[in-house]
Design a protein around this ligand. Structure first.
Ligand SMILES: *[C@@H]1O[C@H](CO)[C@@H](O)[C@H](O)[C@H]1NC(C)=O
Ligand SMILES: *[C@@H]1O[C@H](CO)[C@@H](O)[C@H](O)[C@H]1NC(C)=O
Ligand SMILES: *[C@@H]1O[C@H](CO)[C@@H](O)[C@H](O)[C@H]1NC(C)=O
Ligand SMILES: *[C@@H]1O[C@H](CO)[C@@H](O)[C@H](O)[C@H]1NC(C)=O
Ligand SMILES: *[C@@H]1O[C@H](CO)[C@@H](O)[C@H](O)[C@H]1NC(C)=O
Ligand SMILES: *[C@@H]1O[C@H](CO)[C@@H](O)[C@H](O)[C@H]1NC(C)=O
Ligand SMILES: *[C@@H]1O[C@H](CO)[C@@H](O)[C@H](O)[C@H]1NC(C)=O
Ligand SMILES: *[C@@H]1O[C@H](CO)[C@@H](O)[C@H](O)[C@H]1NC(C)=O
Length: 268
């Protein structure tokens, strides 16, 4: 019996690297950098040649979407999910004639030897007319915040972060949702900020009345354990089935920041 267990354990440990390989932060950051370079030049990096593109929850193409236009990027920040081999990048463009706040997840296929190939670029693109949109004001608040990697002692595990994001998005549908609220917590919805600089700032304000039919669907996740973040792109059922991005940062297991982009103007 002992012998058999040992043989199985050996077989598993030999196979394990082939079946599951965590991705590295630097490889994933390289994809995000190529994405940012593509957006700022308007010329798509060839690493995306075989990838699908989704914009505002609808299938699109790189040339028809916002990546087809060169944009001067004023701010970018990337969350890295080494477990699901994905990234989430926040992009702010304040150019008054073409302002944007963009949230982009990039999901990869991972080869047996760990080779990463971008499979899906999934963007929520907000601009003039969208929920509380003002890119200049969003930038003003974002640069005041601390999104540095957390000391190990302040980190939470993957499932905890993903669950915290889900509980928050369930506030619209589940009156029993339990969000790990923190203080201070600052929420940036478009450009509307709840932060006042007070240590008792709370994100537990303006919470909707839950209705089971208002569950936000089609949730796509990127979770960065070292940064303490969970990004969710979804179909915001509660505001009429519109494209939405919610990004959460937790510190010591408590909600610290929330950034949202909600697209009111997309035709589909
Ligand atoms: C993204 O932000 C980093 C600083 O965080 C900066 O060094 C880099 O140039 C930015 N990339 C683009 C394309 O703007
Ligand atoms: C795209 O797919 C083709 C055909 O399978 C392959 O030869 C090429 O290397 C792929 N390119 C990228 C960037 O993955
Ligand atoms: C990984 O495998 C692919 C084919 O699946 C090959 O093209 C690539 O060179 C390999 N990369 C490394 C680092 O071995
Ligand atoms: C956007 O915010 C900036 C900074 O708060 C402000 O100066 C500007 O008037 C706002 N623009 C619009 C269109 O509201
Ligand atoms: C981490 O935890 C310590 C101790 O609770 C706290 O002082 C600090 O503000 C936390 N956050 C960061 C980013 O270090
Ligand atoms: C994740 O963290 C939570 C809260 O600290 C804990 O209850 C749970 O057991 C942890 N899960 C794993 C897989 O470590
Ligand atoms: C809402 O959807 C989430 C997953 O997307 C699910 O876990 C949750 O149970 C749903 N809540 C309700 C009230 O249906
Ligand atoms: C509502 O949230 C509570 C607390 O997380 C959970 O136990 C319950 O299963 C949720 N209900 C649904 C329908 O998802």
């Amino acid at each position: 019996m002992f012998h058999l267990t040992l043989v199985i354990a050996l077989a598993i440990s030999t196979l394990a690297p082939l079946v599951h390989t965590d991705c590295t932060r630097s490889d994933l950051q390289s994809t995000a950098d190529a994405y940012l370079q593509s957006q700022s030049s308007g010329i798509l990096s060839p690493i995306f040649n075989n990838a699908s593109y989704r914009q505002n929850n609808a299938a699109s193409t790189f040339t028809a979407g916002v990546l087809g236009t060169a944009l001067k990027i004023d701010h970018n920040k990337t969350d890295i999910d080494t477990t699901s081999c994905a990234t989430y990048t926040e992009v702010i463009v304040t150019n008054p004639s073409k302002p944007y706040v963009i949230g982009t997840q990039i999901h990869h296929n991972v080869g047996l030897n760990g080779t990463l190939t971008p499979a899906l670029v999934d963007s929520v693109v907000s601009s003039t007319g969208d929920w509380a949109f003002n890119a200049t004001q969003t930038l003003h608040y974002v640069v005041l915040e601390d999104w540095s990697l957390l000391p190990t002692a302040n980190q939470s595990n993957y499932t905890y972060l993903q669950n915290a994001a889900d509980q928050y998005l369930d506030l619209w549908s589940n009156a029993s949702a339990v969000v790990p609220w923190g203080e201070p917590c600052d929420r940036l919805e478009g450009s509307a900020y709840t932060g006042t600089g007070s240590p008792t700032d709370s994100c537990d304000v303006g919470i909707p009345t839950a209705s089971p039919s208002m569950n936000n669907t089609d949730r796509r996740y990127v979770v960065d354990v070292e940064m303490g973040t969970a990004s969710v792109l979804c179909n915001f059922v509660s505001m009429g089935n519109i494209p939405d991005s919610h990004e959460f940062r937790l510190d010591n297991g408590k909600l610290r920041y929330v950034h949202t982009m909600t697209v009111m103007t997309a035709s589909g």
